[in-house]
Design a binder for this molecule. Structure first.
Ligand code: ZN
Length: 297
């Protein structure tokens, strides 16, 4: 998803399918070059990952060990820099979405919250003290290990790295592999949803206890099943069992575990926040060109 503008009100969007890197990036570049009469100041990228976010690394701005065919070790950020010649801000898709929700959505005014997407994969971005977490690599919240009762759920899990990590048990493809139907086709009263709520609540309980978010936003294709929200809230409270004595959790659970306000625009609006950040903070210009050089850092 590509967008141009200064915020939600003047955002112009287009979507291109993710196919081969060459075909996909050619369409993205064409979209940005095509903005007749509007001058780009900077570009922000929220990329599927894993990605390299370390400015001193030779593969900074690359997509690294993704299972997506053709995209392993792909030099995404500098390819766009060479084509567009503007500063590039770069982060994961979920960190970007968290930044978008922080600025214009359900994370406004909250220095600590989580954004989680549950769809073809599971990924999370965490804002802590007003900044998205990077650290060693970047959070890979979908790949935490959770209790898996094989007697209740014999499905072995679908993650190519871990089998039954959270993503391997609860992503859209895991649901499809377990039940033989796409998540969208499973009716609201199907037992799939109680199991899904249980697994997601196990993840949420872990992050409540480790990251202490003030709110948790759940987006992505699987979360379009609206009946999942109350089930997750109830299961989260059951798992925590009264131990976390905090008003937003105990008294305001409907807004504590909530959908993102920006919907599927959270990521692209967050990328705009990344672009603005790189534009306004020249000293922090990860991705700014050095004077006179055709290098993006
Ligand atoms: Zn995994």
């Amino acid at each position: 998803m590509c967008g141009v503008g200064t915020g939600p009100d003047d955002l112009q969007l287009t979507t291109v399918p993710t196919t081969s890197p060459q075909a996909t990036i050619d369409q993205i570049i064409a979209f940005f070059r095509d903005q007749a009469g509007r001058e780009l100041s900077a570009v922000g990228i929220g990329a599927f990952g894993p990605v390299d976010l370390h400015p001193e690394s030779p593969t900074f701005g690359f997509i690294t060990s993704t299972p997506k065919v053709g995209w392993q070790q792909y030099d995404l950020a500098s390819t766009l820099y060479r084509a567009l010649q503007v500063p590039i801000g770069f982060d994961t898709d979920v960190n970007a979405a968290a930044a978008g929700e922080a600025r214009w959505g359900a994370g406004r005014g909250l220095p600590n919250f989580l954004y989680l997407t549950v769809g073809t994969g599971i990924g999370g971005g965490a804002l802590v003290n007003g900044e998205v977490i990077h650290g060693l690599l970047h959070p890979e919240m979908g790949h935490i290990r959770i209790p898996h009762d094989l007697a209740a759920d014999p499905f072995p899990g679908s993650c190519p790295y871990h089998k039954d990590c959270l993503e391997g048990l609860a992503s859209g493809p895991a649901m499809q592999a377990r039940w033989g139907k796409r998540a969208q086709e499973l009716p609201a009263d199907h037992p799939a949803w109680a199991l899904e709520a249980h697994y997601l609540a196990l993840g949420l309980a872990t992050w409540v206890c480790t990251v202490s978010p003030e709110r948790i936003l759940l987006g992505g294709g699987v979360m379009q099943q609206a009946s999942l929200f109350p089930m997750i809230r109830q299961e989260l409270l059951r798992l925590l069992n009264g131990y976390i004595d905090a008003k937003p959790l105990l008294n305001e659970i409907d807004s504590y575990v909530a959908p993102p306000e920006l919907g599927n625009r959270a990521g692209v609006l967050g990328a705009m926040v990344l672009a603005e950040h790189i534009y306004r903070n020249p000293s922090a210009r990860i991705g700014a060109p050095l004077a006179g050089e055709d290098a993006w850092r």
